[in-house]
Design a binder for this molecule. Structure first.
Ligand code: NAD
Ligand code: LMR
Length: 326
């Protein structure tokens, strides 16, 4: 058997984790021959509930799951991990924006950023807890882990956009490729239909309804999280867990030639974004957990307006948390 892969999940007794842990443990993500050790972090009041989750993990008798650690200490949770999936934090309720969570959730990522120094040298970090781009910025700035290891989750938005485009065009999901969500996981994100493709053709050549693309599609993707909260009375959980696992898979599998995936990473100035912001970009990976930004995509003046708007939003969020940036 290969060496175990060690995966930390925070907020492990929460809704998203409940849809994520069993898939991580089952061999679905890292392979049926790769042992998995789970390191589960919670806050003290949730440790009892976490005990129940650990019992259920054992009760699945997954041959790949070789060890489970449950702790309320971030340093224990992150010690030696190859992946850290940072979910633990408060979800928003109806009528709130994700940015309204900054004051309550932001401070969590100061201590967790520092504790990530205990992780394995090859660690990759995905921040899911909202507002995830700015929480990721906080964690990254409080950590000695190299900046290129940090991601904030845009994959749920990418999945939503692909699914809506496929439904509108009457095609299968596989036929919709090259979807990038620029910027922030917020209601100002820009889901780029101009560079997206259906059967290899630019989406506007297939879906000729420009008003639907510019208005309905963009707004529906931007506001899908709020729509789920309104309908379900709680924020998305299974689809969020699925999207987080998609990020891991996207990084450990070579990206199909010509395609890309969406994730928010630390900008080095690409597309004119301020260096150091955690910005949603189109990425490719050779499958070794590294990634690179696809450069040179063009945008119409209309799209550039959307792009600048979300960039300004991330700048404002950075200003709000400036005291937490180490
Ligand atoms: P939840 O309330 O069901 O679970 C959150 C868990 O985190 C709770 O068990 C809580 O005890 C735990 N927690 C709180 N503070 C913690 C800390 N400091 N360390 C460890 N654990 C801690 O919420 P959920 O539905 O699982 O959502 C979690 C977060 O994910 C929310 O912020 C939500 O908004 C966000 N989210 C993000 C996306 C995305 O696309 N980025 C999608 C869905 C949800
Ligand atoms: C989502 O997009 O579903 C999550 O970010 C949860 C939320 O608050 O919308």
């Amino acid at each position: 058997m290969a060496d175990p892969i060690r995966v930390a999940v925070t907020g492990a007794a929460g809704q998203i984790a409940y849809s994520m842990l069993f898939r991580l443990a089952s061999g679905e993500i890292f392979g049926k021959d790769r042992p998995v050790e789970l390191k589960l972090l919670e806050i003290p009041p949730a440790m009892k509930a976490l005990e129940g989750v650990v019992m259920e993990l054992h009760d699945c008798a997954f041959p790949t799951l070789t060890n489970v650690v449950a702790t309320d200490n971030p340093e224990v949770a992150f010690d030696g991990v190859n992946w850290a999936l940072l979910v633990g934090s408060r979800p928003r309720g109806p009528g709130m924006e994700r940015a309204d969570l900054i004051k309550v959730n932001g401070p969590i990522f100061v201590g967790q950023g520092k504790a990530l120094n205990k992780a394995a040298k090859d660690v990759r970090i995905l921040v899911v807890g909202n507002p995830c781009n700015t929480n990721c910025l906080i964690a990254m700035n409080n950590s000695e882990v190299p900046k290129d290891r940090f991601h904030a989750m845009m994959s749920l938005d990418q999945n939503r956009a692909r699914s809506m485009l496929a439904a509108k065009a009457g095609v299968t999901l596989k036929q919709v490729t090259n979807v990038v969500i620029w910027g922030n996981h917020s209601n100002n994100q820009y889901p780029d239909f101009e560079n997206a493709r259906i059967n290899g053709q630019p989406v506007p050549q297939v879906i000729k309804d420009q008003a639907w693309l510019q208005d309905t599609f963009v707004k529906d993707v931007q506001n899908r999280g709020a729509a789920v909260i309104k309908a379900r009375g709680a924020s998305s959980a299974a689809s969020a867990a699925n999207a987080a696992l998609n990020v891991v898979t996207n990084l450990i599998t070579p990206t199909p030639a010509g395609d890309w995936f969406s994730s928010a990473i630390c900008s080095k100035g690409e597309y004119g974004v301020d260096k150091g912001l955690i910005f949603g970009y189109p990425l490719t990976s050779p499958g070794d957990a590294t990634c690179r930004i696809v450069e040179g995509l063009s945008m119409s003046a209309w799209a550039k307006g959307k792009f600048d708007n979300v960039l300004n939003e991330l700048r404002s969020e950075r200003d709000v948390v400036k005291d937490l940036l180490g």
